[in-house]
Design a protein around this ligand. Structure first.
Ligand code: AHM
Ligand code: MG
Length: 324
């Protein structure tokens, strides 16, 4: 068997990124090893089920949402390169007393509605520069996604994988039985074309007209305007659905819908859309709100802001724009 490079070796050879950013990434990667253990132990450790409280997103928290949030929060607070953090599960930002360094935003357990039924879930994170002259405030977190200095996700599936981008390129690491991250996917690239889409079809009646038209074209297959048959997949964990797009192409959509017209989408800009968009763009894909507007160019206005998401294979994202 050939020897695979460890995450530490990979980071040491990555000359374009700041060493302090690498420290933050290592801390997150180690915390995710711990998260993978607690997720995998499921009912044995009594960690499945609802926590009996509602979070800032107005969603019922799972016990594991809280446990995984605490693991990441504690690890980041002990990291000298981190000045502040924000989590999908916490109402407000938290600071560490440091000035300068980095801010981290994260969704500790994405797709947590899947955890009790033993379907893949994940962690998503984003690293941003911290202000250099004061302790961070909420306003300091509201940076466009292009300012991210690192982004990644971990998918807890049949294999536990970390997919990471620092200054350039996207790399995939698989967790070994010993809890070590080994480079298994070098320079991940998303194919430009695809015949696979991921969307929650049960929301069809709520979608805006362009999205309906686009999906309708896919559903007509060979006999329709696209002239080819499409396949559909929906795991309902963004991490798992985007990971599939990273590995074999595809388009992932959580578009605006009219169920709650005041909510611009379901997914959160700072914890989900921005980090995933950086990873997708770095792998040659496109990440937009509607087929056209790049998510990474949005100026965030609120910590828990939601956005519509249309991302994946570049030519397919262009098709959504062309259907509008
Ligand atoms: P979560 O962060 O509370 O788990 O919610 C986000 C999830 C995404 O992972 C997934 O894409 C979507 O919500 C699933 O939505 P739906 O319940 O409509 O299938
Ligand atoms: Mg999520």
């Amino acid at each position: 068997m050939t020897t695979l490079k460890t995450l530490a070796d990979h980071l040491a050879a990555e000359r374009t990124a700041d060493n302090a950013v690498k420290d933050v990434v290592v801390v997150i990667a180690q915390a995710c090893v711990q998260i993978s253990r607690v997720v995998a132990s499921g009912a044995i450790s009594g960690s499945l089920g609802a926590a009996g409280q509602i979070n800032v997103q107005d969603e019922e928290q799972k016990k594991l949402d809280i446990i995984t949030n605490d693991i990441l929060r504690d690890a980041l607070k002990a990291c000298p390169a981190v000045a502040g953090l924000a989590s999908e599960e916490l109402e407000a930002i938290e600071t560490t007393g440091q000035v300068g360094g980095f801010l981290v935003t994260f969704d500790p357990l994405d797709g947590s509605s899947n955890v009790d039924v033993n379907v893949s879930v994940g962690t998503i994170f984003s690293v941003l520069p911290a202000p250099t002259d004061h302790e961070p405030t909420e306003a300091d977190f509201l940076l466009p996604g292009r300012r991210q200095v690192a982004a990644g996700y971990v998918v807890y599936g049949p294999q536990t994988m970390l997919v990471l981008t620092l200054a350039k390129g996207v790399f995939g690491f698989t967790m070994s039985a010993e809890g070590e991250w080994l480079l298994t996917h070098d320079a991940v690239a998303i194919s430009a074309d695809t015949a696979e889409f991921a969307i929650n079809m049960s929301n069809q009646r709520h979608w805006a007209e362009p999205v309906r038209r686009y999906i309708d074209g896919c559903l007509q297959g060979k006999d329709g305007p696209r002239g080819k048959n499409f396949n559909m997949r929906w795991v309902a964990s963004m991490v798992a659905d985007v990971h599939r797009v990273m590995m074999r192409g595809g388009i992932f959509m959580y578009p605006w819908d009219q169920r709650e017209p005041d909510k611009p989408g379901k997914l959160r800009l700072l914890y989900e859309a921005n980090p995933m968009s950086l990873i997708v763009e770095r792998a040659g894909g496109k990440a937009t709100t509607d087929g056209k507007t790049a998510i990474l160019d949005l100026q965030p206005t609120k910590l828990h802001q939601r956005v519509p998401v249309v991302l994946g294979s570049a030519n397919e994202v262009d098709q959504v724009a062309a259907t509008a």
